[in-house]
Design a protein around this ligand. Structure first.
Ligand SMILES: Nc1ncnc2c1ncn2[C@@H]1O[C@H](COP(=O)(O)OP(=O)(O)OP(=O)(O)O)[C@@H](O)[C@H]1O
Ligand SMILES: [Mg+2]
Length: 277
């Protein structure tokens, strides 16, 4: 992978983190310019991203949700309501209507779940221009033609291998950030909400990480078991990779360099918008 590519996506992610959920666009837009919208219906949050025709970041917002489990929409009405709120807020901030959007699903989840995602999007008045698979969206944003994307979200860990821009291998395991929360909850005998808060507390990171390191090692083992199928570089994305030592643990297990962009939870949502063409 060319270094400057990773550099440009890292810069974009930092810019996005500055504006997301701040009710302000990165720049003013005109009423008739082309905007590209991405909708990521995740297990832990629903993210709306807006790019311009050159794939430059314009706006973004998210809300936490419980309407999606392991990448599958389980509460249609709640998903629609959240997305509708996100869309209305975006239109108010941007001072114009959003017309189209692209969605995404985890790979191998089938046509039916793609249809559900399209229905959620269209129920809010947006025209759904496509439903991509999530790792392809992530790889697109990272401009990764050859390599392995490991996306660790709330409920799922997806490993996707790309060769010459093609997704050639996919593995999905039902483990993710929620698994870490459960382990923390068990260790400290606290409820899930409290454990989730503790997990994200930067001041407690070293103590927290000591408890969840075995979970991360287990996730790395899933990748390791793919053996020769792994193609370098290995890039980890998704909210659950938000620990300073995460890549160190992964690198040690895999005996190869592992990369993590800043704000890894926004890689897939931003990649989805690129496909709204
Ligand atoms: N700062 C943080 N520190 C630790 N974990 C975090 C942090 N921020 C988010 N997470 C965890 O990341 C997970 C959510 O990641 P992400 O937003 O990528 O998931 P998602 O796309 O909603 O879910 P999925 O891809 O599984 O459908 C949650 O388990 C959350 O607790
Ligand atoms: Mg996700």
């Amino acid at each position: 992978m060319k270094k400057e590519f990773l550099k440009s996506s890292n810069e974009q992610l930092k810019k996005f983190a500055e504006i997301v959920n701040r009710d302000k666009p990165l720049r003013q837009v005109t009423v008739d310019e082309k905007l590209k919208v991405g909708v990521d219906l995740g297990t832990s949050s629903i993210v709306l991203t807006v790019l311009d025709s050159k794939n430059k970041i314009v706006y973004g917002a998210y809300e936490y949700d419980h309407a999606v489990q392991d990448g599958i929409v389980v509460n249609f009405i709640e998903s629609v309501n959240i997305l509708r709120r996100l869309k209305e807020k975006a239109e108010k901030v941007l001072g114009r209507e959003l017309k189209t959007a692209c969605g995404a699903i985890p790979p191998k989840t089938g046509k039916r779940s793609a249809k559900v995602v399209a229905n959620v999007i269209e129920e809010t008045g947006l025209l759904c221009t496509g439903v991509e698979d999530e790792p392809t969206a992530a790889a697109k944003f990272l401009r990764l033609s050859n390599g392995t994307v490991v996306d660790i979200g709330g409920g799922t860990t997806g490993i996707s291998v790309f060769k010459d821009n093609k997704l050639i291998h996919v593995i999905d395991e039902a483990t993710g950030g929620f698994h870490m929360t459960l382990v923390l909850g068990g260790r400290y005998k606290i409820k899930n909400d409290e454990a989730e808060e503790l997990k994200r507390n930067k001041n407690k990171e070293s103590e927290v990480y000591a408890v969840i390191r075995p979970v991360v090692e287990k996730m790395a083992t899933i990748v390791q078991n793919m053996g020769a199928e792994i193609i370098d570089p290995v890039i980890v994305v998704g909210g659950a990779t938000n620990f300073t030592e995460f890549t160190t643990t992964f690198s040690k297990k895999l005996k190869r360099r592992v990369y993590k962009p800043p704000y890894p939870q926004f890689v897939t949502p931003l990649g989805i918008a690129i496909f709204d063409d």
